[in-house]
Design a protein around this ligand. Structure first.
Ligand SMILES: Nc1ncnc2c1ncn2[C@@H]1O[C@H](COP(=O)(O)OP(=O)(O)OP(=O)(O)O)[C@@H](O)[C@H]1O
Ligand SMILES: [Mg+2]
Length: 138
């Protein structure tokens, strides 16, 4: 399903629906794909809000990941933008994170050779934004 996005509140509404799906899970790997500034972090911020996480820390930069807890689950938000090689991925200790039972939101996952459960594609052109979610794979 591809949603054309004209306002921030539209992104918020999709994030709310997405949070409902995530609420039923303990473990999921979610890839967020799309160019710089296409709205990945904004979407994650809203989903976390609807999961009851009130202390969103922004996109991880100096650290690779930010970790959050709700009553029932652990949520890990990763941003791999700065990682340029598979060796750097290994050195950053990325793969140890995946030993945990958690919901993973991963921006810039291109180098990761793991299979996501859900892929969300963000698109931004001069004319419009869109968010594509493959709900069927959930
Ligand atoms: N639906 C929207 N409507 C209007 N502005 C938006 C929308 N979604 C995101 N933005 C704005 O676009 C800018 C970039 O968003 P965001 O940081 O979420 O992008 P990103 O894909 O995470 O970028 P990066 O690749 O740098 O991590 C922010 O200023 C944000 O407020
Ligand atoms: Mg981002």
């Amino acid at each position: 399903m591809i949603y054309n996005i004209k306002t921030l509140s539209q992104t918020k509404k999709i994030a709310q629906e997405f949070a409902q799906i995530i609420k039923n899970k303990n473990q999921a790997i979610i890839f967020l794909k799309g160019d710089l500034g296409s709205g990945k972090t904004t979407f994650v911020r809203f989903v976390l809000h609807y999961l009851g996480i009130k202390d969103f820390k922004g996109s991880p930069s100096f650290t690779i990941a930010h970790e959050y807890y709700t009553k029932e689950k652990k949520v890990i938000h990763m941003d791999l933008y700065r990682i340029q090689t598979k060796e750097e991925l290994l050195n950053a200790g990325i793969f140890e994170y995946f030993d945990q039972v958690a919901i993973f939101f991963i921006e810039w996952p291109n180098l990761l050779e793991i299979k996501p459960d859900i892929v969300i594609e963000f698109n931004l052109t001069i004319k419009q934004r869109s968010i594509g979610i493959d709900w069927a794979t959930n």
